[in-house]
Ligand binder design. Structure first.
Ligand SMILES: Cc1cc2nc3c(=O)[nH]c(=O)nc-3n(C[C@H](O)[C@H](O)[C@H](O)COP(=O)(O)OP(=O)(O)OC[C@H]3O[C@@H](n4cnc5c(N)ncnc54)[C@H](O)[C@@H]3O)c2cc1C
Length: 355
C-alpha cells in the first residue's frame, strides 16, 4: 500500500512512522528544504494533554494519545531528548482552581498518573518553593519535536523541496493521500476553516536556583528544567493576529514576565541564549482535524494540532493508519466523530439548509 503524505512536520512524519510499522510504504512530500521547518521545529516541547473539566470524546483522545506517546518514546530511546521529568500545572487562577480538581475526578486516571498536590508537595516535587497547589502528571515531560520528526521518518522515502501541485496527481500514483501540511492543508481541502497563532519560545541559561528545578512548571506559560546543556525553555507566546516567524524581543520579555509572576525568584540572573518563533495551526473548536475526507476517495487529513501537536499528531497518525489499513480503530467512535472534518462541513451544511 503506497501512501503519499503531504507535509514533513510532526503530523506527516508521525503518520509515516505508524504506516511504515504497519507494513505500508509512505512517501513524505515536504515543500521546504528540511523536515520540521514549521511549528514542529522547536528543539524541545512539552507533551501534555489538553485538560477539560469533564470527560469528553476530546479528553478520551488525549488520554489515549498520552499513553501511546509514552510507548513510542520508549521505543525510540533517548535520541529524541525525551525526559519524563513530570509536569506541575499550577493553579494560578480561579478557573484552574475549579477545573483541575474536576479533571482529576472526571478523567479517572490512577493517582500514579495524575493527581492534585498541595503547595508544599508541589515545592518538593519541583525542587523550588512554589506558592500554588497543582495538577501533577509524573510521567509528562519534554521531547524534541525536531528530532522526533527525524526519527519518525528513518527508513521512509522523503522528498524535500516538493510541493505537490494538486491531490489529483498523487491520487493517480498512490493508494492513499494524507494532507498533513499545517495551515496549507486549506490549499488542498475545503471546509477546514483553519486559523493561525504565532508563538515564540525563549531559551535561557540557568543559575543555581533554576538548576534545582526538576519538572516542567506550567502556568499559562511554562518553564522546563535545564537538562544536559544547562538551558531552560521558557514558553510560549500566543498571537492570533500574527503569522510570521521573525524573532520579537518583546516576546522574550513576555515569556520571562509570565514566569516572574508565578516564581519571582527564578527570573533574575537567567541569560537569554536563543529563541524560536513559528505559527501554530488551529481550528474553531481547538481540536485537531483527523480522518477521512468525505467525497474524496482515499484522501485523509491531519492538521489543526494547535499547541498540543506532540501528542495529537501521534494518536492522529494511529487513527489514519487504522482507517487506511482497514484495521480495528484505536479510538472510540465519538472521538473519531469529534476529530472528523465533517464536524465542520456538516454543521455548515446544516446552517445553510436552515437559511
Ligand atoms: C512556539 C510554539 C511552541 C509550541 N510548544 C509546543 C509544546 O510544548 N508541546 C506541543 O505538543 N506542541 C507545541 N507546539 C505546537 C506544535 O509544534 C504543533 O502542534 C505541531 O508542530 C504541528 O505539526 P504539523 O505537522 O501539523 O505542522 P507543521 O510543523 O507546521 O508542519 C507542516 C509542514 O508542512 C510543510 N508544508 C506546507 N505546505 C506544504 C505543501 N504544499 N507541500 C508539502 N509540504 C508542505 C511545511 O513546510 C511544514 O514542514 C508549539 C508551537 C509553537 C509555535
Amino acid at each position: 500500500m503506497k501512501v503519499a503524505v503531504i507535509g514533513g512536520g510532526l503530523a506527516g512524519c508521525a503518520a509515516a512512522y505508524i504506516l511504515k510499522k504497519a507494513g505500508a510504504e509512505p512517501v513524505v512530500f515536504e515543500s521546504s528544504s528540511t523536515l520540521a521547518s514549521g511549528a514542529s521545529g522547536n528543539e524541545l516541547g512539552m507533551y501534555n494533554p489538553r485538560f477539560s473539566a469533564q470527560r469528553t470524546p476530546q479528553s478520551d483522545f488525549f488520554s489515549a494519545a498520552f499513553s501511546k506517546a509514552l510507548r513510542v518514546f520508549r521505543e525510540l530511546g533517548d535520541s529524541i531528548d525525551w525526559h519524563a521529568c513530570g509536569a506541575l500545572h499550577l493553579v494560578v487562577d480561579e478557573k484552574k482552581a475549579q477545573r483541575y480538581p474536576q479533571t482529576v475526578e472526571n478523567w479517572g486516571w490512577e493517582r500514579e498518573h495524575m493527581r492534585m498536590v498541595d503547595a508544599r508537595e508541589a515545592s518538593e516535587i519541583a525542587g523550588v518553593p512554589l506558592d500554588y497547589e497543582a495538577l501533577y502528571l509524573p510521567e509528562a515531560g519534554v521531547v524534541s519535536p525536531r528530532k522526533l520528526c527525524g526519527r519518525y521518518v528513518e527508513g521512509v522515502e522523503v522528498r524535500l523541496d516538493k510541493r505537490p501541485e494538486s491531490l489529483e496527481v498523487l491520487r493517480d500514483n498512490f493508494d492513499a493521500v494524507i494532507v498533513a501540511c499545517g495551515y496549507n492543508a486549506g490549499t488542498y481541502l475545503d471546509g477546514l476553516a483553519l486559523g493561525q497563532v504565532r508563538g515564540q519560545v525563549t531559551q535561557v541559561r540557568g543559575h543555581d536556583l533554576s538548576s534545582a528545578v526538576r519538572c516542567n512548571l506550567c502556568y499559562g506559560g511554562y518553564f522546563t528544567p535545564a537538562f544536559e546543556d544547562g538551558v531552560h525553555v521558557v514558553g510560549a507566546t500566543f498571537q492570533r493576529w500574527l503569522n510570521h516567524s521573525d524573532i520579537l524581543e518583546e516576546d522574550d520579555r513576555d515569556n520571562l514576565n509570565k514566569l516572574a509572576a508565578v516564581v519571582p525568584g527564578l527570573v533574575s540572573g537567567l541569560e537569554i541564549v536563543g529563541q524560536r518563533a513559528s505559527v501554530r495551526t488551529t481550528t474553531k473548536d481547538h481540536f485537531p482535524v483527523v480522518g477521512r475526507v468525505d467525497g474524496l476517495e482515499n484522501v485523509y487529513v491531519s492538521c489543526g494540532h494547535g499547541s498540543h501537536g506532540i501528542l495529537s499528531s501521534l494518536m492522529g497518525a494511529q487513527l489514519l493508519c487504522d482507517m487506511i489499513c482497514d484495521a480495528p480503530r484505536s479510538l472510540p467512535r465519538p472521538t473519531i466523530e469529534a476529530l472528523s472534518l465533517s464536524r465542520f462541513t456538516q454543521r455548515e451544511q446544516t446552517s445553510i439548509n436552515r437559511l
